[in-house]
Design a binder for this molecule. Structure first.
Ligand code: ADP
Ligand code: MG
Length: 685
């Protein structure tokens, strides 16, 4: 239950509504018990044919007789203090009843008709009015609490989403999208239902039961007490079942995540599914996920049904604890059962009927409480899963006091050339800006069960890239090229070693500022279901139309936009499905170009572009890369590409094995020679 305690801060802003709703719940419990109390006059009128006037008068006479009787006993037993005390107490109780009933006779009875049928009509009218009032308060409570909970759900959802977005890339991708969507959509909904159960049912039902018990106490406190003695059993049972229910609920929520995962994976890779004709395999996977869900849901179903029946049984036992001795008293015309006094005088039918009516009213609440138990535990399980997101720490923390980001590009600080006039004017001492990897070691999360760690993806990498360089990173698949450049925008941080920009560790600057200087085009183009225009604008949200068009020109997007009927306003579909691979890459390039980045990273960015467009783009890049620091990962070493790059970094097995120009490497680096032979290109010196 302490998971709910963590939600309290979210409820706090709505405290006024919740306090009001508690008042509504009080009113509801009053009207609930009052309505049930109509049993008394109904029994008197219908079954005994007695008018209420006669009933009240009879009762007054009866209790007055009791007062006189006890007075007599008291007079007779003056010598026995114990008996005297008892007689006096009984006398006081009877006198109290007499005064209460006299008040009813004088204040209330003049309003009650003498005619029995009319009285009955009045009672029924009272019942209707009571029900209308009760309904109104229930409506008010539902609205007050429901609105507050909907707000809380939205607030928690927003908070979760914010936390998820602040998470590092590796954690995000390790958890997978189903992990987040099922928590953000389904679990928060279940949490809402749990809160609803807590704020409405947990307040309303015990109050209703409490109201009934209070009224029942006034009718016969001894019998009511007998009934209440059974209640701890119920509490214990609800608690025991609650724990199992929570565990089972964790299981169902987990299984819903599995279902969602099976679905998203299939539809995300629909093309592969169709092409390989492996629908059956996915149906199987889905079937297993469904079966998993079924087994978990079955457990919740059984537990909750069992707990409902058991609590009903305990409730009936509670009523019986009063009914059984009560019937004995009435049928044997006595006030003691097994030597214990259970009533002030012999109870009459109407009194017992009222008592049972009120206890049955308690039973109804108890039954509802057990289904509340289920909602509460489910909500608590969901709450824990939601809090997991809020509690998860990012692996790429922001610095507490970020250092200013060094100016990497001379364009950015108005310096034309190192040592030029601009530098002197702006007071910046011109330096050679650089990006430096120092002793970098990096391992991806390892998920192996036996704890065997993966070999490091980067193993002691040292590399310095000066500002203005266009560095090609080459190497076999899996040699660590992407991992290396992903360190620059801090997709993850190195395990040991550091990445410095102009001498400042990038962990010490604001990642927002760092990333604002970087433009990335990766192999997966990662576009959004929006227009071409807006997808380019994603790179710089405040870009003007001219800037967007210019970036589109540079990335060679214009030729295909011109052919589309809607031009820039063409919707490109989910993940850019409606474009070809090459078109998507050009769009992604435009998005990176419009950022006007100091550091440009192209990770196999032109792999899907045709040779002719690639050459054009390389030529465009040639002017664009001026004064920027550029990393290009590519497998194709054609002439325009080699013209573009100023230095080549060769990677093998997570290490930088050599750096140099094409000619130098051809002469000295066997790894590079092998890569080149595979490409069939050997550019002349
Ligand atoms: P490439 O040079 O082809 O770009 P990468 O840098 O992508 O190579 O990968 C280097 C190594 O790290 C590979 O052995 C790969 O299996 C591993 N790797 C890459 N991404 C992940 C990941 N998200 N989780 C675990 N291992 C990964
Ligand atoms: Mg790669």
């Amino acid at each position: 239950m302490n998971a709910y305690a963590r939600i309290l801060p979210y409820l706090w802003p709505y405290r006024r509504a919740l306090v009001l709703s508690a008042f509504c719940a009080l009113a509801i419990s009053f009207f609930w018990a009052a309505n049930l109390s109509a049993t008394l006059p109904v029994v008197e009128l219908l079954f005994k044919g007695k008018s209420l006037h006669t009933y009240v008068d009879d009762k007054i006479t009866e209790y007055q007789g009791e007062v006189d009787e006890q007075q007599r006993v008291a007079d007779a037993e003056r010598d026995d203090p114990h008996k005297l005390d008892r007689a006096l107490r009984k006398g006081h109780a009877a006198a109290y009843r007499v005064s209460l009933l006299t008040m009813v006779r004088d204040q209330l009875m003049p309003w009650v008709p003498q005619d029995n049928f009319r009285t009955m009509c009045l009672v029924l009218l009272g019942l209707v009015i009571g029900t209308v009032f009760k309904g109104t308060f229930i409506y008010l409570e539902d609205i007050l609490v429901g609105d507050a909970i909907n707000h809380v759900i939205i607030d928690v959802r927003k908070d979760c989403f914010r936390h998820a977005l602040n998470m590092d890339y590796q954690s995000l991708s390790a958890n997978g999208s189903a992990h987040f969507t099922s928590r953000l959509v389904n679990d928060i909904e279940v949490l809402g239902a749990g809160l609803h159960a807590m704020l409405i049912r947990v307040v309303r039902e015990p109050l209703k039961a409490g109201g009934c018990i209070l009224f029942a106490f006034m009718v016969n406190w001894r019998l009511t007490l007998l009934s209440i003695l059974v209640m701890p059993c119920l509490g214990w049972m609800l608690h025991r079942f609650g724990r199992s229910l929570k565990k089972a609920s964790h299981g169902t929520l987990e299984s819903i995540t599995a279902l969602q995962k099976a679905l998203t994976e299939t539809f995300d890779s629909a093309k592969a599914v169709i092409a390989f004709g492996n629908g059956r395999k996915h149906r199987n996977q889905f079937h297993h996920a469904n079966k998993f869900y079924w087994s978990k849901a079955r457990r919740v179903l059984r537990l909750s049904s069992l707990s409902r029946q058991l609590s009903e049984l305990i409730g009936v036992a509670a009523v019986l604890a009063a009914v059984f001795p009560g019937s004995y008293l009435l049928l044997n015309q006595t006030d003691t059962f097994l030597g214990i006094q259970l009533s002030e005088g012999v109870p009459d039918e109407a009194q017992l009927a009222l008592l049972y009516g009120l206890l049955a009213g308690t039973l109804d609440s108890i039954r509802k409480m057990s289904s509340v138990n289920r909602e509460l535990r489910r909500g608590s399980a969901a709450c824990e899963r939601v809090l997991e997101i809020i509690d998860q720490k990012t692996q790429v923390p922001e610095p507490a006091e970020p250092r200013p980001m060094p100016r990497l590009s001379s364009r950015a600080c108005g310096v034309q050339e190192a040592g030029g006039e601009g530098a002197v004017e702006s007071g910046v001492v011109p330096r050679s800006f650089e990006i430096r990897f120092e002793g970098v070691v990096f391992r991806y999360f390892s998920h192996t069960k036996d704890g065997v760690t993966r070999p490091p993806a980067l193993n002691n990498v040292d590399l310095t890239v000066r500002q203005g360089e266009v560095v090609a990173v080459v190497g076999a698949n899996g040699s660590g090229k992407s991992t290396l450049i992903n360190l620059i925008p801090r997709f993850f941080d190195p395990d040991t070693g550091r990445v410095l920009i102009d001498g400042v560790n990038i962990r010490e600057v604001s990642s927002r500022e760092l990333r604002s200087r970087i433009g990335i085009v990766s192999q997966e183009t990662l576009l959004f279901d929006d227009t071409i225009f807006n997808n380019i604008r994603y790179g710089k949200m405040d870009a003007s139309n001219e800037e967007i068009e210019q970036a589109a020109q540079q990335a060679h997007v214009m030729p295909f936009v011109a052919q589309l009927p809607d031009g820039f306003d063409t919707m490109i579909g989910e993940k850019g499905m409606k474009l070809s691979g090459g078109q998507r890459q050009r769009l992604a390039l435009a998005r990176a170009i419009i950022r006007d980045p100091d550091i440009l990273i192209l990770d196999e960015a032109t792999s899907a572009i045709d040779a002719q467009s690639e050459q054009i783009i390389h030529n465009v890049l040639k002017s664009f890369v001026k004064d920027r620091t550029v990393f290009i990962i590519s497998h194709v070493f054609n002439e325009t590409f080699l013209d573009l790059v100023t230095r080549i970094v060769v990677m093998d097995n997570g290490r930088v094995v050599a750096t140099g120009t094409h000619v130098e490497l051809l002469a000295s680096c066997p790894t590079y020679q092998r890569l080149n032979q595979a490409n069939g290109i050997t550019k002349a010196a």
